[in-house]
Ligand binder design. Structure first.
Ligand code: ADP
Length: 493
């Protein structure tokens, strides 16, 4: 019996192929960097042909490492979300550069739609806000500005898709019968699908000026989704799991029940809470999103992100020279009893959820002659718990109170920060030994989709491995004093 799950993890800066077994162990990894194109300030583009070629090369390397395609039971794909590819169904080739999620070129169009009063309705239907981040306005930009895209739209040969959609099309034969599908988690980031709509919404397509016929069919996140074209790997391998990266990480963290929450602390922090089958509605400008769709049945999540997390530690390292490497912050934080009143508000790039103040700027308050490196390093780490605490309050106000917090990302390796999170939230914080939760979540979906595990709970049990737990251990008075100090500093930001 074939024993491996091949996961294709197409991120913003690199594409990877990883070989998992049914117990969650990784047996091989291949990785290649993706070229970033910055044609103008605020614009970010990728070459979709390069993404395909490098993804295929990585996949083939890993298939060889597995001992041949007969060893591969199934394929799962996870991807950078919101990035848009336009291709021609007849030639199977891209029609323009892909517009990447970070790209801000459609800010004016979003502003226009907001001024026309469309945001409240769009938010109710899609769970999203009118922001260039999401795919819909990027598609419209291509139609207006890339001649080949417009010509293909008129000829009825245009295909739009996010990265997983593009890769599935190529993996299933491209111009020779490739299928045009997208999974519900990726579809929920386009502004073109209602949270409770089975497919893309005609009214939303009209609002954003995107032809419905150019959009893929929306499918489940796991199951018999498609099969690879024979010549690629000398075998027809089932593609049985698809998910956007943050949704995948949420599944990889086994946030499978209502209220279960994961927070990824990398450059910024991404938090998702499972909302079960209830459609999320936010009064706090958090996002509602599809966590997954299985057997046509949707599970939803509420999502919030803060812009500055690990990048604050990078700033301490690179601009202030307080530490040589990020991990030194831990020993510095432990070397003192408290920060002596020093508080950092990491609004270096404005404030994200739940404050949404693009104009806010960073603050360091409470400095005295006693403040040194250790106080600043500890205050920087404390800021992570403070920001997360504000998110927790917003999530609770939106009916998505957290039961515990499952953390991952590069910064989660910091034990002092993990304990401080538990203390300030008053919740158990869990950290998996294996922090590649994005790839793991898709391996779990693909395993379930191919019948290697009966359901996600069983897959999580078999594949997740060891956890480290941090239990809250702080007096309420200390917590209250910290929060009061934070709120005062926040007001100054
Ligand atoms: P991304 O995926 O966004 O590139 P990673 O998940 O790789 O980020 O996390 C890297 C970030 O985490 C960096 O900003 C770094 O400063 C921070 N970081 C890494 N290790 C630690 C640590 N032990 N303590 C504090 N911050 C850390």
């Amino acid at each position: 019996m074939s024993k491996f799950i091949l996961v294709l993890d197409e991120g913003t800066t690199s594409t990877r192929a990883m070989l998992f077994d049914g117990a969650g162990q990784v047996h091989a990894i291949a990785q290649q960097d993706i070229t970033q194109h910055y044609p103008q300030a605020g614009w970010v583009e990728h070459d979709a042909a390069e993404i395909w070629e490098k993804t295929l090369a990585c996949a083939r390397d890993v298939v060889v490492a597995a001992g041949g395609s007969e060893q591969i039971a199934c394929i799962g794909i996870t991807n950078q979300r919101e990035t848009v590819v336009a291709w021609d169904k007849d030639t199977g080739e891209p029609l323009s550069r892909a517009i990447v999620w970070q790209d801000r070129r459609t800010a004016d169009f979003c502003e226009e739609l907001r001024n026309e009063g469309h945001e409240p309705q769009v938010q109710v239907q899609t769970g999203l806000l009118l922001d260039p981040y999401f795919s819909g306005t990027k598609m419209r930009w291509m139609l207006d500005n890339a001649k080949a895209v417009k010509t293909a739209a008129d000829a009825g040969t245009l295909a739009f898709g996010t990265i997983e959609s593009w890769l599935v099309f190529k993996l299933t034969g491209g111009a020779n019968g490739g299928v045009h599908i997208t999974d519900a988690s990726n579809a929920s980031r386009t502004l073109l699908m209602a949270l409770d709509g089975a497919g893309f919404d005609h009214g939303l397509c009209e609002l954003f000026g995107v032809p419905h016929h150019a959009l893929p069919q929306v499918v489940d996140n796991a199951g018999t989704i498609a099969t690879t074209e024979l010549s690629l790997f000398d075998a027809a391998i089932p593609i049985s799991g698809l998910a956007g990266d943050q949704q995948s990480a949420t599944i990889g963290q086994a946030c499978l029940a209502h209220g279960e929450t994961k927070a990824t602390y990398g450059t910024g922090a991404f938090v998702l809470t499972n909302k079960g089958t209830e459609i999320p509605r936010s009064g706090n400008r958090l996002l509602g999103t599809v966590l997954m769709q299985l057997g046509g049945e949707r599970t939803y999540a509420i999502e919030g992100s803060v812009f500055v997390a690990g990048s604050l530690i990078q700033w301490l390292r690179d601009s202030l020279g307080i530490v040589g490497v990020a991990s030194e912050t831990e020993a510095l934080a432990r070397s003192i009893e408290d920060t002596g009143g020093v508080t950092i508000v990491p609004a270096l790039a404005g404030l994200g959820a739940p404050h949404w103040r693009a104009d806010a700027r960073g603050v360091i308050s409470g400095l005295s002659f006693a403040s040194g490196k250790a106080e600043l390093a500890r205050a920087a780490l404390e800021a992570m718990a403070h920001q997360t605490h504000d998110l927790a309050e917003a999530f609770a106000a939106d009916g998505a109170a957290w039961d515990s917090l499952k953390i991952d990302g590069g910064m989660s390796a910091n034990d002092w920060m993990a304990q401080d999170l538990a203390n300030m939230l008053g919740l158990t914080v869990e950290r998996p030994g294996f922090v590649e939760t994005t790839a793991l979540g898709t391996a779990m979906l693909a395993a379930v989709g191919a019948g290697l595990h009966s359901d996600l709970a069983t897959a999580a049990e078999a594949m997740r491995g060891e956890l480290t737990r941090f239990e809250p251990d702080m007096d309420q008075s200390v917590r209250d004093a910290r929060l009061a100090r934070w709120r005062k500093a926040l007001a100054a930001a």
